[in-house]
Design a protein around this ligand. Structure first.
Ligand code: T3D
Length: 263
């Protein structure tokens, strides 16, 4: 596949998708969305891929929507700010939330606007110490989109989420970690290596079980306890008869590292 707005590389079971418009701080365009869709399709259908890393080239993760790109017209032919969300961002966010493999957002630098909320759709966020996240929308008199109004309150609580969205402040990586938006922060000098190590760890893990864990976590947002307990029992039934579960227990008994096959 040849891309112009992203780069992809696959090694050791990890597909790395790099947003690659560094002169524009990797701002999202229609072309970038189209390429991302192709890259995610490829990563999902390739059995050798067990983990996907989304990151940015150069000094930013992404500055959100490219503000120089023309807006799409609505049904009446007039500029419609919702049209791009419906065509590109909303399906992308839903796709990432439902992605059957572990996804890591590697925040190598500024993570701004829609790109912040795309990152929040990933399973695990890792950040370089110099990175920051900014719900920048209100600065340009727009409403947070790409799922931010849904995910932020659920992760950090209603009031803090509202403050982030109303102030549009740049929140430094260490603060993001304290808030629970980011799982771990690494010094810039070792960031790429740490991300690669984390991704390889997931790629070597029990992929089918990860998929089931993700399913349980996703629906817990809407389930009551009774429903969730029943779901856990069903998912455990599936995990328990997997080849990987047999291997996990065998490896424990034999005091060796497990060799998971993802099934
Ligand atoms: O369709 C719609 O518009 C609605 C959808 C909205 C979804 C959204 O994502 S809204 C939020 C959009 N993003 C922003 O508002 C952020 C805009 N960028 C900035 O505020 C700043 O660039 C940053 C705070 C991210 C970084 O600042 P700094 O000083 O480190 O870098 P810079 O010099 O501002 O940017 C470097 C270059 O990237 C610069 O180009 P130049 O002057 O060197 O030719 C700048 O114009 C360009 N750039 C940065 N962000 C964007 C961008 N170009 C296009 N779109 C951008 N979003």
């Amino acid at each position: 596949m040849s891309f112009t707005a992203i780069r992809t590389a696959t090694a050791d079971g990890v597909a790395t998708i790099t947003l690659a418009r560094p002169a524009r701080l990797n701002a999202f365009t229609s072309a970038m969305h189209a390429e991302l869709r192709q890259a995610l399709d490829a990563a999902e259908s390739d059995d050798a891929v067990r983990c996907v890393v989304l990151t940015g080239e150069g000094r930013a993760f992404s500055a959100g929507q490219d503000l120089t790109e023309d807006r799409l017209p609505g049904p009446d032919g007039k500029t419609d700010f919702g049209a791009r969300l419906e065509r590109d961002y909303n399906p992308l966010v839903e796709r990432i939330y439902a992605f059957p493999k572990v996804t890591i957002a590697a925040l190598n630098g500024p993570t701004v606007g829609a790109s912040a909320n795309i990152a929040l759709a990933c399973d695990i966020l890792l950040a370089a110490r110099s990175a920051y996240l900014q719900e920048a929308f209100a600065k340009i008199a727009l409403v947070p989109d790409a799922g931010g109004t849904w995910s932020l309150p659920r992760i950090i609580g209603a009031k803090r989420a509202l403050a982030l969205m109303l102030t549009a402040d740049q929140i430094p990586a260490d603060e993001l970690e304290r808030m629970g938006l980011v799982y771990k922060v690494f010094d810039d000098a070792v960031f790429r290596d740490e991300v690669a190590a984390c991704a390889r760890r997931f790629a070597a893990g029990p992929a089918m079980t990860y998929r089931l864990i993700k399913e349980a976590a996703r629906v817990s947002e809407i389930n009551d306890l009774k429903t969730q307990l029943a779901l856990e029992a069903n998912l455990q039934r599936k995990a328990g008869v997997s080849e990987d579960a047999r291997e996990g227990v065998a490896a424990f008994r034999e005091k060796r590292a497990p060799r998971y096959k993802g099934r």
